[in-house]
Design a protein around this ligand. Structure first.
Ligand SMILES: O=C(CO)[C@H](O)[C@H](O)COP(=O)(O)O
Length: 267
């Protein structure tokens, strides 16, 4: 764990990247406390800034901590940052998990799974005493599905996908599709060897995400649903003007002036 740390993430060159970093750094400063020893690391493009800020807390703070990944990507992040890697079967109780989100509504319900990692992400969110979301301003929403239109990610057992797809069509998402890979022929296969269905639902259904979650989860063959309801304690959104909006689980909305502009000097 000693020595010079490699660069975890290049400095942001766009306002969106800078906003992600602002959210991640603010959340780490407030929620990764010195006494916390078991820390869950989420997945996606915002999380590298989380790891970067944790590393900046220094080797002394991190030497007796263990970091639990939510995906192959976050496992690599932890290892490359020379932090100690653990798994949730060894550490079923986590002090804090910090993760990104695809969209967050006004009561902190989230769509997650844009990166197909939502099964492990949900396990680590649930195992954590404190679950914190970090994102840029585009994810801050009133109703789920308004910004993230590709639909609710549903991880399914491979052999059951066609049956579940039919079920989901009848449940009110006729546009639901099997997620196809971009640089491989065929479907996306998750870190757990499953397929993913993306199911867009009408706004009326998305206004009650908990009911929708329970209906989808009851379908046999579904492994996990990318709707995270009543889980997050707070969501941090980096804004274009260099401030951070914090939505709390009790409905409070806080505006933090970070004192630094997110606009990268090079733009
Ligand atoms: O749920 C996720 C992966 O399954 C990610 O947290 C979500 O897609 C957000 O990613 P990003 O920080 O790149 O916007």
């Amino acid at each position: 764990m000693g020595g010079v740390h490699p660069e975890i993430v290049p400095p942001p060159t766009t306002v969106i990247e800078a906003s992600k970093r602002l959210a991640a750094w603010t959340a780490v400063d407030r929620h990764v406390l010195p006494e916390y020893k078991v820390i869950g690391i989420g997945s996606g493009s915002t999380v590298p800034y989380v790891v970067e800020r944790i590393v900046a807390q220094g080797p002394e703070r991190n030497k007796d901590r263990v970091f639990i990944p939510t995906s192959f990507q976050s496992k690599e992040l932890i290892v490359n940052a020379q932090l100690l890697l653990g798994d949730v079967d060894q550490y079923p109780v986590i002090d804090v998990t910090i993760d990104g989100a695809d969209e967050v509504d006004e009561t902190l319900n989230c769509i997650k799974g844009g990166g197909a990692c939502h099964l492990r992400e949900k396990v680590l969110a649930e195992a954590a005493d404190t679950f914190i979301v970090v994102a840029d301003y585009r994810k801050n929403s009133d109703v789920l599905g308004r910004n993230f239109t590709q639909g609710v990610p549903i991880e399914v057992a491979q052999f059951a996908y066609a049956k579940v797809l039919q079920n989901v069509h009848l449940l009110g998402s006729p546009g639901a599709v099997l997620r196809m890979a971009k640089s491989k022929a065929g479907p996306v296969v998750t870190d757990n060897g499953n397929f993913v269905i993306d199911a867009p639902f009408p706004e009326e259904a998305m206004k009650d995400p908990y009911t929708l979650l329970t209906r989808i989860k009851m379908l046999t063959g579904v492994v996990e649903v990318g709707l995270f309801c009543h889980m997050a304690k707070a969501a941090y959104f980096g804004n274009q003007d260099g401030s951070v909006t914090v939505k709390w689980h009790d409905g409070r909305i806080e505006n933090v002036d970070s004192g630094s502009s997110p606009v990268p000097e090079s733009t």
